[in-house]
Ligand binder design. Structure first.
Ligand SMILES: C[S@@+](CC[C@H](N)C(=O)[O-])C[C@H]1O[C@@H](n2cnc3c(N)ncnc32)[C@H](O)[C@@H]1O
Length: 383
């Protein structure tokens, strides 16, 4: 686990030179903003001129839900399963911690719930109450009908959690005012692959954080997954253009060398599922802002580190198999790898040879390059 306060990237050379308030800023020594001096500290340049939330909502609203049959044909089938495994392990472990601390009536806020990709995880985790919120109205509708379906099809003696569904821009609207039960307090707020959309401005990032944390019980957790800004900047700086990526994803920046704390936009495109503007989340700033809500960072780990640690446990390995989070290489006779290029599996081939194994679980090189952009975080509300 990375120590709190330790700057990721310093170890692996990912942090560009500088040390000012911009990632890789070449000069200037702006400090990290304090509460109450938002205006003074908002970077004067690179102010967003468009409200990107509208674009983001319309993109996710248009995304079609496809069944397993179609999904399994996708070039990124295993990577999506791998991401889902990361979320499952994280959610499972946090629910265990919450229960271990004595919570019997578990309430969860799924911030940026999308089409309800995590509903089954909440069901498996046996929670009591779920609030789902997302900016994309169509996604929220689909999430709700998925939940109704799940309830309808459940066995008589299984008690499914109760749920509320809210369509809201969680980076500009106050969620607590929309709760059916105004007294509701959450054990966990889960924000999976969402928080980076709010880093368009300090005000938006702060509102998202407020929504995530203000109704957490003392000891409760704000958990999530988001791209690692250091990793993105490292790859950008290593590229001889303003873009980098491979056959499945592409990240395009507008400039490089200087990276404002907020509103540092890049365009992210991932194989038919994501095609939207996103913003760098400079983690030390998020950590600092979270203190306003009495939140302490307890875990920040790149997907690679998280995976390496979790696969040591048999239960997580079993879940990995069950969720098909890795692709078998070489595939069974008559089967097909996700990519036909042998170069995409040279690492797996090498491992088979080195360890004398017939088959290994892996991700194709391109999928791993995309998955390894992300990190897992956990904040805890102080008593
Ligand atoms: C990559 S999807 C992740 C969905 C879901 N959390 C998951 O892991 O399957 C990102 C989601 O964030 C939502 N989102 C983006 N900006 C938001 C905002 N300002 N308020 C609420 N939801 C937002 C999008 O509509 C989309 O559903």
């Amino acid at each position: 686990m990375e120590k709190v306060g330790e700057k990721q990237g310093e170890e692996d050379g990912a942090a560009p030179a500088g040390g000012g308030s911009e990632l890789g800023q070449k000069s200037g020594t702006k400090r990290v903003p304090e509460r109450g001096d938002d205006e003074e500290e908002t970077p004067p340049t690179k102010k967003p001129v468009t409200d990107h939330s509208v674009k983001v909502a319309s993109h996710y609203n248009k995304l079609q839900e496809v069944g397993l049959e179609v999904r399994s044909q996708s070039r990124i089938f295993y990577m999506r399963n791998f991401n889902n495994w990361v979320k499952s392990v994280l959610i499972g472990e946090m629910l265990e911690r919450v229960r271990g601390a004595g919570s019997r009536n578990v309430s969860v806020l799924d911030l940026g719930c999308g089409k309800g990709g995590d509903l089954l995880k909440w069901r498996r985790g046996g929670i009591n109450r779920l609030v789902c919120a997302d900016i994309a109205a169509v996604s929220v509708e689909q999430c709700q009908s998925r939940y109704e379906d799940m309830k309808r099809k459940s066995y008589n003696n299984e008690k499914i959690f109760s749920a509320q569904f809210i369509t809201a821009d969680c980076s500009t609207e106050v969620l607590s005012e929309k709760l059916d039960d105004p007294q509701l307090m959450f054990d966990i707020c889960s924000c999976q692959f969402v928080y980076h959309y709010s880093f368009e401005s300090e005000q938006k990032a702060d509102m998202m954080l407020r929504n995530a944390c203000e109704r957490l019980k003392p000891g409760g957790f704000f958990i999530g997954t988001t791209p690692d800004a250091y990793e993105l900047v490292k790859r950008l700086e290593a590229s001889d253009s303003l873009t980098f990526g491979n056959e499945i994803f592409k990240v395009s920046f507008q400039s490089k060398g200087s990276y404002p704390l907020f509103g540092c936009q890049y365009h992210f495109n991932l194989e038919g599922v994501v095609d939207v503007p996103e913003f760098l989340v400079y983690f030390p700033v998020l950590e600092h802002m979270a203190k306003r809500y009495n939140m302490r960072l307890v875990l920040k780990q790149r997907f690679s580190e998280f995976c390496e640690e979790k696969v040591k446990k048999e239960q997580h390995r079993n879940l990995m198999m069950k969720m098909m989070a890795l692709e078998l290489f070489p595939c069974e006779v008559g089967g097909r790898q996700a990519s036909e290029s042998t170069e995409e599996y040279s690492h797996a081939k090498e491992r088979c040879c080195r360890a004398g194994l017939r088959q290994v679980g892996t991700l194709s090189r391109s999928e791993w390059e995309a998955a390894s952009i992300y990190l897992v975080f956990v904040f805890q509300k102080m008593a």
